[in-house]
Design a protein around this ligand. Structure first.
Ligand SMILES: *Cc1c(COP(=O)(O)O)cnc(C)c1O
Length: 374
């Protein structure tokens, strides 16, 4: 690692340091894959599916092309379609809702809890109608949703639950990994995620043999055997080169997550007793800090000061999804999701990755606290 000098720029994310540490192992795996000549759904993918399922604690893991497909295929296989309503959070990445539209259903946005930024189960209960068929809780930034209550609501109303785990690989809720609690878990291996590859990738997890077999067919054009297609599927497969790096990264994931949690502890220590609201920790689980997102007064001015000091930040998320142009026909009133509205004016994600140098953490906090005072 490079020596860190005082006023050096602080990147939001550094993926290349970790890449360098894994490069020789990965290149060796690529060479071996090339020699074998099996590039799609080969032995690395099969082994990775098994290792991933074991890690998450599920019977099946099905590798797909990206996280969006893992949500879309989950919804399809669980029978969600035209005329159905699916409850999700407005405070998430677009794909969480987009995939509900992709199967022909309608997203119903329900407000979040201010502490966790995840779905508020009490408000979920209030939004259930005769057309509600599923809930998509999103474990946002690495914080596990209130799965106990969500599963109870789902049981009473006979709803499917698709956990959006794109940002929360490895997070625990009551001793269970996220992605092992709902009907399916949906994961993304986009490079910036907790478990990221060097391209696109995704995974569906499930305990159900039926869901497993159906998703395996759909990801490969609905084929039951070569050239025999029993339904319309898609092309959504993981390639061997990505599976190879994911297997290597999975072996280091405990250290990576611990590294993120350590950065979070250092931030939280320095930002305590200030107007900054640091991320809450779940009472019955763990936070894996895909993002370290604070709430801060005068957010835009603070962010501007950090940008001028060459400190990378991100605004997750600038607005609730109900505010997106494409969802205007759903007619959400300006005050219908008040927690989301408020949070969107205050949140700021700070630089976060395993192994982030302490000097960088110190510099971010110094500039941030200075900006609040001025
Ligand atoms: C990244 C992300 C996705 C989509 O994953 P892709 O692999 O980019 O398709 C879905 N939901 C959430 C919450 C995400 O952060």
């Amino acid at each position: 690692m490079h020596a860190v000098t005082k006023n050096q720029p602080v990147p939001f994310l550094d993926l290349s340091t970790q890449y360098k540490s894994l490069e020789s192992e990965w290149i060796a795996a690529i060479r071996e894959t090339g020699a074998r000549g099996s590039f799609i759904l080969g032995p690395h993918t099969q082994a990775f599916e098994k290792e991933f399922a074991d890690y998450v604690g599920v019977k099946h893991a099905i590798a797909v092309a990206n996280g969006t497909d893992s949500l879309y295929l989950s919804l399809r296989v669980l029978g969600i379609g035209q005329g159905d309503e699916v409850i999700t959070t407005p405070f998430t990445f677009f794909a969480s809702a987009e995939t509900i539209d992709m199967v022909g259903a309608t997203p119903v946005f329900v407000d979040i809890l201010p502490e966790s930024f995840c779905l508020d189960p009490a408000r979920v209960r209030a939004k259930i109608t005769a057309r509600t068929r599923a809930i998509v809780p999103v474990h946002i930034f690495g914080y596990p949703s209130e799965m106990g209550e969500i599963m109870e609501i789902a049981r009473i109303h006979k709803l499917a639950v698709i956990e959006d785990c794109a940002q929360s690989f490895g997070a625990l809720h009551n001793g269970k990994m996220v992605g092992s609690i709902g009907d399916t878990g949906s994961f993304s291996f986009y490079p910036t995620k907790v478990l990221g590859c060097y391209g696109d990738g995704g995974m569906v997890t499930t305990h159900s043999d039926e869901v497993n077999e159906h998703i395996r067919r759909l990801r490969n054009h609905g084929a039951v055997k070569p050239f025999l297609h029993t339904e319309i599927g898609t092309n959504s497969r993981l390639d061997e080169v990505q599976a190879a790096v994911l297997r290597i990264k999975l072996r280091h994931i405990r250290d990576d997550i611990a590294g993120r949690q350590k950065v979070a502890v250092e931030y939280t220590k320095r930002l305590a007793n200030s107007p900054v609201k640091t991320p809450s920790l779940p009472k019955n689980g763990t936070h894996v800090f895909n993002l370290y997102t604070i709430r801060v007064p005068k957010r835009d001015a603070v962010r501007q000061t950090l940008t001028e000091a060459q400190i990378g930040t991100s605004q997750c998320y600038p607005q609730g999804l109900h505010r997106q142009e494409v969802y205007q026909h759903l007619n959400y009133k300006p005050d219908s999701l008040p927690v989301c509205e408020r949070v969107c004016t205050e949140t700021l994600s700070l630089p976060m990755y395993p192994g982030m140098p302490l000097a960088h953490i110190e510099r971010v906090c110094e500039v941030l606290l200075g900006a609040i005072k001025s």
